[in-house]
Design a protein around this ligand. Structure first.
Ligand SMILES: Cc1cc2nc3c(=O)[nH]c(=O)nc-3n(C[C@H](O)[C@H](O)[C@H](O)COP(=O)(O)OP(=O)(O)OC[C@H]3O[C@@H](n4cnc5c(N)ncnc54)[C@H](O)[C@@H]3O)c2cc1C
Length: 484
């Protein structure tokens, strides 16, 4: 079975990438060991940028139907429930064209993404098939499977095969370890009657038993509870041992336990996301402890960064070297989130009472600290530097549409009419050849971004990060020259 791109793993990252490549018309085969979506509790939060990527798949409405916007943020409290620190929440429409935070049940999201593949006859999902071996040669990759068909041949293989990735091993990547490895019990409960529980996320920094409590969707509630020395990881996940841990908030008379599992939270990032025709994305490339709810988001950003490059290289409209920009651009961005999650982990996971008391005294000195997610730019790569590599927002156009609805998944040139009209013929030809959408004077909400920075035009890559920004037609020509 031959294809342009084989994707190993149909978790959220593999399914997202398959939707992107399928929409672009590539022949894609997705190989997934499990016949159905993985049912155990994992991610419950994604951010506004991640929703914007789902929007680019044409699945925004479907994802909205299984998620809820989170407006109240995340509160870090001590054992006496005093607020130490807050990740801000807001009910307002954020810069990405919707809520800044969304809550969901990962198996439902994965089902939406998997169902989305049905739109593309050029995407074939081999579910219930395990990849056993990978051979790469100059022309392509051969993936040996455990059943029929016995093998898949692809021009490119992307390993979205999770933390134990065999593609990462085949690449020979090394893992940089950021030091956090801690087992936690994770379980979801379905409330069967109304209870007075917080509707924001609570990180209980109780040295006797650190714990996270979240409102997911509908009646579903999530608890994540740190294992303490002496806990038996198998025994603690049994219902008779789970309930006493949360009896202060809920009892078997109020709710039913849906699923429970013990996970070890890791903080690692691979060096080497590509070798030849092999690439990795998502947990295969990096894992972050879930204290920020960002592991899956990072994987979805990998897809946004990689898909448009892979499409152009596979079609022969960009040189293969474009793929070399994937890791250098994404790595520092992911690292910023992992490092913050590790720092928060140190706050939450302090189990020495003296250390926790010192921490509480430090945080309780003034007002509770309020923080936001980091907003790093991309590392060096396919952009002009300066504003290049910065994520452009998604404001509303004068007709009420979100910006990306008018742009599709192409390059975009946005700017003052005077700057765009002054572009020379060669620049216009570049825009045409790259299939760029050009918007002159797209309305104040969009133009505010460049006007407040003394600029007059921007060029956006298909992933909505800036290729570059320009003050005038001359600079616009230089930025446009970078279009793949
Ligand atoms: C308790 C917990 C809470 C979390 N909370 C959040 C959160 O709130 N927000 C957030 O953004 N992230 C969160 N995460 C992280 C998030 O769940 C992961 O980052 C995400 O699932 C990674 O997706 P993936 O597709 O890269 O990998 P996976 O979901 O692991 O998928 C990999 C797939 O590859 C398949 N596969 C592997 N090897 C083979 C093979 N040889 N042959 C065939 N198939 C194969 C597997 O069967 C699997 O389906 C959380 C994680 C945990 C554990």
């Amino acid at each position: 079975m031959d294809c342009d791109v084989a994707i190993l793993g149909c978790g959220p990252v593999g399914a997202t990438l398959a939707n992107q490549l399928g929409a672009a018309g590539l022949d894609v085969v997705v190989i997934e060991r499990d016949a159905r979506v993985f049912p155990l509790p994992r991610a419950i939060h994604f951010d506004g940028e991640t929703m914007r990527v789902f929007q680019s798949l044409g699945l925004r409405a479907e994802v909205e139907s299984i998620s809820r916007p989170g407006t109240k943020g995340m509160h870090f409290v001590n054992a006496e429930d005093r607020v130490l620190m807050v990740r801000a929440g807001t009910a307002a429409e954020g810069p990405q064209g919707g809520a800044n935070n969304h809550y969901f049940h990962q198996p439902e999201l994965e089902q939406v993404l998997r169902d989305g593949l049905g739109r593309y006859p050029n995407v074939r999902l081999l579910a219930g098939r395990e990849a056993m071996a990978i051979d790469e040669d100059g022309d392509g990759v051969r993936i040996a499977l455990d059943g029929e068909p016995p093998e898949v041949r692809a021009r490119w293989l992307v390993g979205c095969d999770g933390g134990r990735s065999m593609v990462r091993r085949a690449i020979g990547s090394t893992n940089e370890d950021l030091g956090l490895h801690q087992p936690w019990l994770v379980f979801d409960a379905i409330l069967e009657r109304e209870l007075d529980l917080p509707d924001h996320t609570v990180q209980r920094c109780d040295p006797a038993r650190p714990m996270t409590m979240c409102c997911v969707t509908g009646q579903r509630r999530r608890w994540e509870i740190m294992l303490m020395p002496g806990d038996d990881p198998e025994a603690i996940a049994r219902p008779e041992n789970v309930w006493p841990l949360i009896s202060r908030w809920v009892t078997p008379a109020d709710a039913r336990l849906e699923r429970s599992a013990v996970y070890t939270f890791h903080s690692v990032i691979a060096h080497g996301w590509r070798r030849g025709r092999l690439l990795i994305a998502g947990d295969a490339a990096h894992q972050t402890p879930p204290f920020l709810g960002q592991g899956l988001c990072a994987g979805i950003r990998d897809c946004a960064n990689l898909a448009w490059k892979l499409v152009r290289v596979a079609r022969g409209t960009a040189p293969e070297s474009l793929l070399d920009t994937y890791e250098p651009e994404r790595r520092p961005h992911v690292l910023a989130f992992i490092e913050l999650a590790v720092r928060l982990g140190a706050v939450i996971q302090a189990t020495d009472p003296a250390v926790a008391a010192e921490r509480d005294a430090r945080f309780l000195q003034g007002e509770a600290q309020v923080f936001e997610y980091p907003q790093p730019g991309l590392g060096p790569g396919q952009h002009a530097g300066g504003f290049g590599g910065v994520l452009f927002p998604q404001p509303r156009l004068p007709d009420g549409r979100r910006l990306d609805e008018a742009l599709g998944n192409a390059y975009a040139v946005l700017g003052e009419a005077a700057t765009i009209d002054a572009a020379d013929a060669a620049t216009r030809e570049r825009w045409r050849a790259a299939g760029a959408v050009v918007l002159r004077d797209p309305g104040e909400a969009v133009a505010a971004w460049w006007r407040t920075r003394g600029l007059s035009a921007v060029v956006l890559r298909p992933d909505r990060y800036l290729l570059g920004a320009a003050r005038d037609a001359h600079e616009l020509a230089s930025v446009s020259a970078l279009m793949a």
